[in-house]
Design a binder for this molecule. Structure first.
Ligand code: MIC
Ligand code: SF4
Length: 637
């Protein structure tokens, strides 16, 4: 029987487990990436493992999320990351060089490799034909230490692309279309593998856009074949030797198939506050925009920004709309300058921001009160922009440029002729020399810390019986932005867990922290898809610091579930989801944790209600990790 691309890469990297869908499979990891917001923890954890050098082929430590250096904290983090990279054998990308996923695509990722990154949009590398997955920092630290990365063997969905994008439709609209169809939970446990005649017409950055936002489907990852288009991209990057062909076998068998006819796609927009609330842009005509933000790891490639430049060339963006742009990398910015496109951007009134995540994670660029923000990003969760009552819409760069010019959404039928997709240059300016290479003798490097870099906390093993109180009861689709908000002030505390823990759930329930502390042992109760979105392990670690010992939900998002396990929090699901309603918001619950067995049902006792059946999908090893009090205790024995 033939294999899909996903199966081929998994088979070539399998170190243990099983390739049967749903069962745990252990993978050898070729490359890792970390970014500053999750990286300080990941590197502290790596340091705690007492491994002198990373054991991967390549590990890169990027600084792109918080580059503001407002005060010493953030600057100290950057220095810590530079010195840990040099000591432990990772390449370091300094603040301002670019966004991790764009830089990794341009400079490092190769077809056929496995890549794990401490950022949920690591699947961007799927645009290059890599099996690229997001994970918590501790899982990445373990991969850097040469240990396998374990995932539930995903189902593989073939997304067959027919036809060709027409008019103003672009790659972003393909993934928005899928999100509208499948929802933010539609991809859980799945890899989306793209195939069909439409693939050839998509550039590597187009493919990367699609794979990037596959994260919003909850997917394990997304992947494209490696073909002549991939080869040309790598050649232009001066990386021809990194290319290899990679296609699914003609008789590969898939778990499901989706067919998209690209001819029929129109410009789409995701409405507030979820990436799956998708409507045609035409349906929003007349809606005024206070802000347009162009960039992020989804849409900050040269082609994306050159298209914007073509649209705004010789025109001025609306005076009542604040329009900003963050290029994905210094290479992109250099190319825009070389081609004269930067001049059109600047002359149009667009503000140029640093090559970093910027407004995407609320690092400046927050919209006005109750404002409408139109963004080329991938997430529009409530409050993520830094303005609680703002309404964020997610669109393609082409749509964003038209909204910027007109100051409002309008019907694409009135936009005239769409600009031609800019051809990718044959050679691009290299920025390889900007990456800081690891020291040849790591033992000679001293790690530089600051007062904000707080040593790791050691958690005790799980007690045989857990008596805990429900501290919060939540609805569907709670994101890690709800649990552990981002933004400049809070993200500066990522290496200081006691300090960042004071902000857990603050945008949802200002009294949460107080209640959690008072409870001693706490439980979080939620409905479906709890913990979707970012890979930030602080959304598990900070609640654990506050005494959260278990999460009881109808279902859990993949990366967050793994983070809960990593920090010794018991992830349980209701056998009967209707039991959610039976649990009082301040219930006292007793769990015989001694009886916690892999993938088995058990009863918990809810005071005043009685026994409720819960279950888990933990492997034997995961149960052992939780009982040890977390992954670090487990690996250190
Ligand atoms: C995000 O887009 O939410 C982030 C910020 O990139 C996160 C990582 C983080 O919280 O540091 C992610 O997606 O994993
Ligand atoms: Fe950065 Fe935004 Fe991409 Fe996250 S989604 S990596 S914050 S640009």
């Amino acid at each position: 029987m033939g294999q899909s691309i996903t199966q081929k890469i998994i088979a070539a990297h399998q170190m243990g487990g099983s390739m049967t869908a749903g069962e745990a499979v252990d993978l050898r990891i070729d490359q890792t990436l970390t970014q500053d917001a999750t990286g300080t923890m990941a590197w502290l954890q790596f340091e705690a493992m007492d491994v002198p050098r990373v054991k991967t082929d390549l590990s890169v430590s990027y600084v792109d999320h918080n580059t503001l250096q407002m005060g010493f904290r953030n600057a100290d983090d950057h220095r810590f990351l530079r010195t840990t990279a040099q000591k432990f054998g990772a390449v370091f990308s300094a603040p301002g060089t670019g966004i991790c996923h764009q830089l990794h695509l341009e400079n490092f990722v190769k077809p056929g490799v496995t890549l794990v990154g401490s950022d949920s949009h690591t699947p961007t590398g799927g645009g290059m034909g890599a099996l690229a997955m997001g994970a918590g920092g501790l899982s990445v630290a373990l991969a850097m230490a040469g240990k396998p990365y374990t995932i539930p063997m995903p189902q593989v969905v073939r997304v067959w692309l027919e036809g060709e994008l027409k008019g103003w439709a672009s790659a972003k609209d393909i993934i928005l279309y899928l999100l509208g169809k499948l929802t933010v939970k539609g991809g859980v446990g799945k890899v989306f593998e793209y195939a069909g005649p439409g693939v050839r017409k998509l550039t590597v950055p187009d493919r990367a856009t699609i794979c990037n936002m596959g994260a919003e489907l909850g997917a394990t990852t997304s992947i494209f074949p490696s073909d002549d288009v991939t080869k040309a991209f790598l050649k232009a990057q001066g990386r021809k030797a990194d290319w290899m062909p990679l296609q699914a076998d003609a008789d590969a068998v898939y778990d499901a198939e989706i067919i998209i006819n690209l001819d029929e796609l129109v410009p789409l927009a995701a409405q507030p506050h979820m990436p799956d609330l998708v409507v045609p842009v035409a349906a929003l005509a007349g809606l005024k925009a206070d802000q347009v933000a162009i960039g992020s790891c989804t849409n900050s490639s040269y082609a994306d920004l050159r298209s914007v430049a073509k649209i705004v060339k010789g025109k001025r963006v609306s005076e009542s709309t604040d329009v900003c742009m963050s290029p994905g990398s210094k290479q992109v910015l250099q190319m825009l300058a070389d081609k004269g496109a930067l001049a059109h951007i600047l002359q149009s009134g667009i503000r140029l921001l640093e090559c970093s995540c910027g407004p995407c994670i609320g690092m400046g660029g927050s919209p006005v009160s109750a404002g409408v923000s139109v963004r080329t990003f991938n997430r529009n969760f409530e409050g993520r922009s830094g303005t609680k009552d703002a309404k964020a819409y997610l669109v393609s760069p082409l749509t964003a440029a038209m909204v910027a010019l007109r100051g409002e959404f309008s019907d694409p039928a009135t936009w005239g002729k769409a600009p031609k997709q800019p051809s990718l240059p044959k050679h691009v300016p290299s920025i390889q020399h900007l990456f800081v290479q690891p020291a040849s003798a790591g033992e000679e490097v001293t790690i530089m810390r600051g007062p904000n870099i707080v040593p790791l906390e050691k958690f005790p093993p799980l007690a045989k019986k857990l008596d805990a109180t429900v501290v919060i009861k939540l609805e569907d689709n709670i994101t890690t932005d709800h649990i552990m908000p981002a933004g400049a002030t809070i993200t500066a505390l990522r290496s200081n867990v006691p300090a960042i823990a004071e902000h857990v759930f603050e945008r949802v329930d200002a009294e949460f922290v107080q209640r959690a502390k008072a409870a001693g042992n706490g439980i979080i109760v939620a409905r479906e898809n709890y913990g979707q979105g970012s890979s930030r392990e602080h959304a598990a670690l900070a609640p654990r610091h506050l005494g959260i010992r278990a999460v009881l939900a109808c279902s859990l998002a993949r990366i967050h579930r793994a983070n809960l396990v990593n920090f010794g929090i018991v992830p349980l699901t209701f056998v009967n989801p209707a039991d959610y309603d039976k649990v009082p918001a301040d219930a006292s619950i007793s769990i015989d944790t001694d009886k916690l067995l892999p993938s088995a049902n058990m009863n918990i006792q809810v005071k005043g209600v009685g026994a409720l059946a819960v279950t888990n999908d933990l492997s034997e090893q995961e149960v052992a990790i939780i009982k040890a009090g977390g992954l670090l205790n487990f690996v250190k024995g």
